[in-house]
Design a binder for this molecule. Structure first.
Ligand SMILES: COc1cccc(CN2CCc3cc(OS(N)(=O)=O)c(OC)cc3C2)c1
Ligand SMILES: [Zn+2]
Length: 262
């Protein structure tokens, strides 16, 4: 599944530099310059059909916490939008800052958000495993949702309450019946889309990014629990707070960002 115990050494923020990656002209994240995005009327609405029973566990991989799903069947899928094929949900995770002033990976006209949700899917029409899809141009689809600090997000609270159990790198806790659709904004018809990469190793240029125009709101206290997680494992002497786990922005290299709205 997409939760193979991947070598985490590259996960440490130190790898944020210009790690040599295949091609290197379709890297993520980027700044979305609204006035340079091109409205594409052919872009359809997104269809996310998630079965909460495929939710399996939460894992602190030493860079973020991942909520992982059983991706051995097509029970939780994403289709429509810019996608030609059906994509299978495998995990979601977040990126956040040490303060509310920054933390997102993408920006909109340079505007930073305190955090960003990524819901990761792989192309199950063309490939049979995440590990295969992660190496292909049309292999992955990631939905990005910006988080703003405001009212408490009721749906998120179940996840927040489970986080102390995965405080340290390498910890896993069982987590069931969570529908990531509750983390999507009310309007999922308005989004930007572009071809880019994973923002953590293996950084492969396999991602169709779908970044929602509408953000969701979470409370200050909920975000504070994200920051109570640690990059370090229980055995390490010096504990490091898991904050600022975002990659530096990458050059656009002539790519066009399309919008589903005018
Ligand atoms: C061949 O490389 C892999 C195979 C199976 C699983 C993995 C683990 N990896 C998948 C992609 C991914 C992507 C992640 O972030 S992101 N922003 O979507 O690139 C991420 O953030 C914490 C974690 C992971 C975990 C890598
Ligand atoms: Zn991510």
């Amino acid at each position: 599944a997409c939760s193979s115990r991947y070598v985490l050494s590259q996960m440490h923020p130190m790898w944020q530099g210009p790690l040599a990656v295949p091609g290197g002209d379709r890297q993520s994240p980027i700044d979305i310059v609204v006035r340079k995005s091109v409205f594409d009327p052919a872009l359809k609405p997104l269809t996310a059909e998630y079965d909460p029973h495929t939710c399996q566990q939460i894992w602190n991989n030493g860079y973020s916490f991942l909520v992982e799903y059983d991706d051995t069947t097509d029970k939780s899928t994403l289709k429509g939008g810019p996608l030609k094929d059906k994509f299978r949900l495998c995990q979601f995770h977040f990126h956040w800052g040490e303060s509310n002033a920054w933390g997102s990976e993408h920006t909109v006209d340079r505007r930073l958000f305190p955090a960003e949700l990524h819901i990761v899917h792989w192309n199950s029409d063309k490939y049979s495993l995440f590990e295969e899809a992660v190496m292909e141009d049309n292999g992955l689809a990631v939905i990005g949702v910006f988080l703003k600090v405001g009212k408490r997000h009721e749906g998120l609270q179940k996840l927040v309450d489970a986080l102390p159990a995965v405080r340290h790198k390498g910890s896993v806790v069982e987590f069931n019946r969570f529908d990531p659709a509750c983390l999507l904004p009310s309007n999922t018809d308005d989004y930007w889309t572009y071809h880019g990469s994973l923002t953590t190793p293996p950084l492969t240029e396999a991602v169709t990014w779908i970044v929602m125009k509408q953000h969701i709101e979470v409370s200050h206290d909920q975000l504070a629990v994200f920051r109570s997680l640690l990059f370090t494992s229980a055995e390490e002497e010096v504990q490091k707070s898991m904050v600022n786990n975002f990659r530096v922005q990458q050059p656009l290299r002539g790519r066009t960002v399309r919008s589903s709205f005018s």
